[in-house]
Design a protein around this ligand. Structure first.
Ligand SMILES: *[C@@H]1O[C@H](CO)[C@@H](O)[C@H](O)[C@H]1NC(C)=O
Ligand SMILES: *[C@@H]1O[C@H](CO)[C@@H](O)[C@H](O)[C@H]1NC(C)=O
Ligand SMILES: *[C@@H]1O[C@H](CO)[C@@H](O)[C@H](O)[C@H]1NC(C)=O
Ligand SMILES: *[C@@H]1O[C@H](CO)[C@@H](O)[C@H](O)[C@H]1NC(C)=O
Ligand SMILES: *[C@@H]1O[C@H](CO)[C@@H](O)[C@H](O)[C@H]1NC(C)=O
Ligand SMILES: *[C@@H]1O[C@H](CO)[C@@H](O)[C@H](O)[C@H]1NC(C)=O
Ligand SMILES: CC(=O)N[C@H]1CO[C@H](CO)[C@@H](O)[C@@H]1O
Length: 771
C-alpha cells in the first residue's frame, strides 16, 4: 500500500527568474527533480495557457485518448491533442476520451505520475533528451497539477487512482464472453447467432443490441416491425442465465414526424417533450435547445451536468425496461463525446464567437482545417449547468456516466450497476467500463489494443477492452482467430462488428459463424478465460478496493528490469499471468520476454529455464501463450458455458512455486451481483499462504459470504515441483496415493473436499513431503 501522507517523499521550492517563477518538486530519497516549471515561456491568458515542465527522464507513458503505437512514448517533438471527439481514424488525432495524465519512470526505476486537472482542450508536446520535457498548451481553465510520488510505478498509479475514484466493481457475469454487432438484419438474425453460439458450446454470457433494435434509432424505443419478439428473446436469454445489454445514444430525437411515429410504435413515448418541460437539454446562445443530428436525425442533447437528469433518465429507462418489457441488464452509452453529425448545430454556430473559433485551436481535429472547435460536436458557446460547453465539453460523458450509474443503482438495486461508455474523463472509471471504440478489422489493431488497454488501466479503468475481430471492415479468418486468443484475456471480452457500407453488410464474425476448425480453436481459449475467472474477479476486487491495475504492462511488476520498460506486445493480468499473443499474419513464432522470475507454461507446467531473455515461442494457429509466475496461488473454477453455470462447479487452485518453493494468493468471492458486498459484509476473502516450503494454509481475511450451497476446493495443482510428493496431508490426514498424479510437469492432488464459505470454517493446512 502507498506510504501515508506524513512520510512526505518530496520537497517543493519556488525559484524566481526575472518576472517569472518556477515550481520545483524534488524526490527526497534520491534528490531527483521530478517536476519543474523552471523553464521560460509560461503564458497565462484567458484562452491560451502555456507551461513547460521538465522531466527527470524520457521514459514517459500515458496521456489519452489516442491511438498510440507504442506504450513508451516517442519523445521526438510529438504533439498529441486532448479533446473528446467521435473520431474514427487510425491516425494520431484526439479520440473519445480526455486524460491529461502521464507516468514517468525516473532513471533509477522510481516513478511519478502527473495529472493536469483541466477539462479544456489542449496540446501536449513532448521534447526529447537531453532535456526531456512536456509542453502544455491549454485553451482555457487553470493550471492545476497533481503529482503522485510512487515511489514504485504501481504505487504512483495506485495513488492516482485512489485520488480520482476507485474503479467500479463489475458484476461477475460481465467477465464472461460477449457477442455484439451493428447490422443484425432483424431479430431472427440475432436469434440465429445466439442459437449457433449455444449449439457450438462456446462460453458466452452476454448478447448486445446496437442501434438496430430501435425504432428509427430513437432511444428508449424498439422497432416493433423488424424486432417484434425482442422481449421474448431477452426472456430466453435470461432463462439460459445469459444477459442482455442495449445501447443508448446521447441525442434525443426532436423530429415531430418521427416522434409521432414512435408514439404509434411505443405507446407513452414522450421523452423529448418531457425533457423540454423539465429543462433537461443543452441550450444554445439564445437560450433555445441546441439541435444537432445523430442517428435518428435531429436531436437535442441532455445536459447531464444537471443532477436532476438522473431522475428523468431513470424514468425513461424504466419505461424501456418495464413498459416496453425490454429487461436489459446493463447499458451501453455511445456517441457521448458528444458526437454530432453536423458541425455545432443544425444552424452551425455563431462565427464571431471566440469560443467557437478560439485564437489558438490546439491541433484538435477540426481546428486544424478551419479553426472550428465545434467540428462534429456542439457549439462551444452553448450553455450547460456546469458552464459553457467550451469548458465542460470533455466532461460530457463523465457527467453522463455519473447520472446513469446512479439511475441504474436506483433501477436495479440491490444489484450492482453496469454501464459501458465510449467517452471518458479523469475519474470516469468509478462509474463505467470503457471499450476502445470503433477500431478496425486489421492486423496492426491487435497490437494497438494492448497499448490502449494498458493505458486505460493507468487511467483508472480496471475493466476495459477492444472489439475482438475489429469493428470496421470485414474480418479475416486468421486475424479473427488470433484476436480471440488475445481478447480472451482482455478484462472486457467482446466480439463486436460494424454493419458495413450500404448495401454491403459485413459478414458475421462471431466465432460460431466461421467453421468447425475455428470453433475448435476458440472454445478452449474462452474456456481457459472462464476457468480463470475467480482470479480475474479477485483482481477486479483489488482494483475496486485498493486501486490496483488488472491488465498491465510488465514494467509495473518488474520496474528494476529495464528490458520491460518498452514491452507492449505482451501484458500481465495482475501479478501472475503473462500473455504473449501472436499479433501478426502468418506468425508461428512469438518473441516473448521473460523477466527474472520462475515462469511456467500454463497447459504443461513446463518451466522457462532461462529468464531475463527473449524466448521464441512456437505458436501455431491453434496455440496461445499463457504463463504463470512463480510465487502466486491462482484460484480457478471448473468452467461451463455461462458464468452462472461455472459458479456452481468445484474450484481448484494452482500453486506456482517461486525459487524458495513458496507461493501466496487470495480469492475474493461473493454472489457476483450485489452492490458493495465488501463494504456490506457480504463477501469473503480467502487467503492462501505459505510460510515454509511444502505447507499451504487456507484461511480467511473476511468470511461473510454465505453461499447457497457449500463451495469446495477439489483440486490442487502444483507447478515447480520436480516430482510427485511421497506424502500429502490435508489437515494431517493423509491423502491416498491414487489421488496424486503427475500430468506433464503439473502435480495434481484430486478429489479434495476443502469446504469454505462455511460459517464454521477453520483454517485448512495442506502439506506435501518429498523424501
Ligand atoms: C540536490 O540537487 C540540487 C540541484 O541539483 C542541489 O543543489 C542540491 O545540493 C542537492 N542536494 C543534495 C542533498 O544532494
Ligand atoms: C433458435 O432456437 C430455438 C430453440 O431451439 C428455435 O425454436 C428457434 O427457431 C431458433 N431460431 C433461429 C432463428 O434459429
Ligand atoms: C423528420 O423525419 C421525417 C421522416 O423521416 C423526414 O422526412 C423529415 O425530413 C425529417 N425532418 C427534418 C427536419 O429532418
Ligand atoms: C430512486 O429514485 C426515486 C425517485 O427519485 C427516489 O424516491 C428513491 O429514493 C430512489 N431510490 C434509490 C434506491 O435511490
Ligand atoms: C501470409 O501468407 C499468405 C499466403 O501464403 C500471403 O499471401 C501473405 O502475403 C502472407 N502475409 C504476410 C504478412 O507475410
Ligand atoms: C461490517 O462489519 C464490521 C466489523 O464487524 C462492522 O464494523 C460494520 O458495521 C459492518 N458493516 C455493515 C454494513 O454491516
Ligand atoms: C479507429 C479507431 O478508433 N481505432 C481504435 C481501435 O482500437 C484501438 C485499440 O484499442 C485504438 O487505439 C484505436 O484508436
Amino acid at each position: 500500500s502507498p506510504p501515508s501522507s506524513n512520510e512526505q517523499l518530496y520537497d517543493v521550492s519556488v525559484v524566481e527568474y526575472g518576472p517569472q517563477f518556477g515550481v520545483v518538486v524534488r524526490r527526497k530519497s534520491t534528490n531527483t527533480t521530478v517536476f519543474s516549471t523552471d523553464v521560460p515561456g509560461m503564458t497565462f491568458s484567458d484562452q491560451f495557457l502555456q507551461i513547460t515542465t521538465r522531466l527527470p527522464s524520457d521514459n514517459l507513458y500515458g496521456f489519452g485518448e489516442h491511438n498510440h503505437r507504442q506504450f513508451k512514448h516517442d519523445m521526438n517533438w510529438r504533439t498529441w491533442s486532448i479533446f473528446t471527439r467521435d473520431s474514427g481514424p487510425v491516425g494520431p488525432e484526439n479520440l473519445y476520451g480526455a486524460h491529461p495524465v502521464y507516468l514517468n519512470l525516473e532513471d533509477d526505476e522510481n516513478a511519478n505520475m502527473v495529472l493536469l486537472k483541466n477539462s479544456n482542450g489542449m496540446d501536449i508536446t513532448l521534447q526529447p533528451s537531453p532535456n526531456p520535457a512536456v509542453t502544455y498548451r491549454v485553451i482555457g481553465g487553470i493550471l492545476d497539477f497533481y503529482i503522485f510520488m510512487g515511489p514504485s510505478p504501481e504505487q504512483a498509479v495506485q495513488q492516482y487512482i485512489q485520488s480520482i475514484g476507485l474503479p467500479v466493481m463489475p458484476p461477475y457475469w460481465s467477465l464472461g464472453f460477449h457477442l455484439s454487432r451493428w447490422g443484425y438484419k432483424d431479430l431472427e438474425d440475432m436469434q440465429m447467432v445466439i442459437n449457433r453460439t449455444r449449439d457450438a458450446g462456446i462460453p458466452y454470457d452476454v448478447q448486445w443490441a446496437d442501434i438496430d433494435y430501435m425504432y428509427n434509432f430513437m432511444d428508449f424505443t424498439y422497432d416493433k416491425s423488424d424486432w417484434p419478439g425482442l422481449p421474448d428473446l431477452v426472456e430466453d436469454l435470461h432463462r439460459n442465465n445469459q444477459k442482455f445489454v442495449v445501447i443508448l445514444d446521447s441525442g434525443i430525437a426532436s423530429n415531430t414526424t418521427l416522434i409521432h411515429g414512435a408514439k404509434q410504435n411505443s405507446p407513452g413515448f414522450n421523452i423529448y417533450q418531457d425533457g423540454i418541460d423539465k429543462k433537461m437539454y443543452v441550450k444554445d446562445v439564445s437560450g433555445n435547445e441546441l439541435i444537432g443530428e445523430v442517428w435518428p436525425g435531429q436531436t437535442a442533447y441532455p445536459d447531464f451536468t444537471r443532477s436532476n437528469t438522473m431522475n428523468w433518465w431513470l424514468k425513461w429507462m424504466r419505461y424501456l425496461h418495464k413498459n416496453q418489457s425490454i429487461e436489459f441488464d446493463a447499458l451501453w452509452i455511445d456517441m457521448n463525446e458528444p458526437s454530432n453529425f453536423v458541425d455545432g448545430s443544425i444552424h452551425s454556430c455563431n462565427s464571431s464567437s471566440k469560443l467557437n473559433f478560439p485564437p489558438y485551436g490546439a491541433h484538435i481535429l477540426g481546428t486544424e482545417i478551419d479553426g472550428r472547435l465545434f467540428s462534429k460536436t456542439l457549439c462551444m458557446d452553448s450553455h450547460q449547468h456546469w458552464g459553457r460547453h467550451y469548458d465542460v465539453h470533455n466532461l460530457y460523458a463523465h457527467s453522463q456516466t455519473i447520472r446513469i450509474h446512479d439511475a441504474l443503482i436506483n433501477m436495479s438495486a440491490p444489484k450492482r450497476p453496469w454501464a459501458i461508455t465510449r467517452s471518458s474523463f479523469v475519474g470516469t472509471g468509478k462509474y463505467a467500463t470503457k471499450w476502445m471504440g470503433d477500431n478496425q478489422s486489421k492486423w496492426p489493431q491487435l497490437h494497438w489494443s494492448i497499448i490502449s488497454i494498458m493505458e486505460f488501466s493507468m487511467f483508472g479503468f480496471a475493466m476495459n477492452g477492444a472489439d475482438i475481430c475489429g469493428f470496421w471492415y470485414e474480418a479475416d479468418y486468421e486475424m479473427c482467430l488470433r484476436w480471440h486468443q488475445l481478447g480472451a484475456f482482455y478484462p472486457f471480452s467482446r466480439n463486436h462488428n460494424a454493419k458495413g457500407d450500404n448495401p454491403v453488410i459485413f459478414k458475421h464474425q462471431d466465432p460460431a459463424g466461421w467453421d468447425e476448425h475455428f470453433i475448435d480453436i476458440v472454445k478452449p481459449v474462452l474456456l481457459t478465460r472462464y476457468r480463470l475467472l475467480p482470479y480475474l474477479y479477485t483482481l477486479m476486487y483489488k482494483a475496486h478496493e485498493e486501486g490496483y491495475m488488472v491488465m498491465k504492462a510488465l514494467l509495473f511488476e518488474f520496474p528494476k528490469d529495464r528490458n520491460t520498460w518498452s514491452v507492449d506486445r505482451q501484458f500481465l493480468l495482475g501479478p501472475a499471468l503473462l500473455i504473449s499473443p501472436a499479433l501478426e499474419q502468418n506468425q508461428t513464432i512469438v518473441d516473448a520476454y521473460f523477466p527474472k522470475a520462475r515462469w511456467y507454461e500454463y497447459h504443461t507446467g513446463k518451466e522457462i529455464t532461462q529468464t531475463g531473455v527473449v524466448h521464441q515461442l512456437y505458436t501455431p494457429l491453434d496455440k496461445f501463450n499463457l504463463h504463470l509466475r512463480g510465487g502466486y496461488v491462482i484460484p480457478w473454477q471448473e468452467p461451463s458455458t455461462t458464468t452462472h453455470q461455472s459458479r456452481t462447479n468445484f474450484m481448484g487452485i494452482i500453486i506456482a512455486l517461486d525459487e524458495n518453493q513458496l507461493a501466496n494468493g487470495e480469492l475474493f468471492w461473493d454472489d457476483g451481483e450485489s452492490l458493495e458486498t465488501y463494504k456490506n459484509n457480504q463477501s469473503s476473502v480467502l487467503t492462501f499462504t505459505m510460510v515454509k516450503a511444502g505447507e499451504l494454509t487456507f484461511d480467511f481475511q473476511t468470511n461473510n459470504y454465505r453461499a447457497a450451497e457449500l463451495r469446495k476446493i477439489q483440486v490442487i495443482e502444483i507447478y515447480g515441483l520436480d516430482r510427485i510428493p511421497d506424502k500429502v496431508f490435508v489437515d494431517d490426514i493423509r491423502v491416498d496415493d491414487y489421488k496424486i498424479r503427475q500430468s506433464e510437469k503439473i502435480i495434481q492432488i484430486m478429489d479434495l473436499h476443502i469446504y469454505f464459505f462455511n460459517i464454521n470454517f477453520s483454517p485448512w493446512v495442506v502439506r506435501w513431503e518429498i523424501d
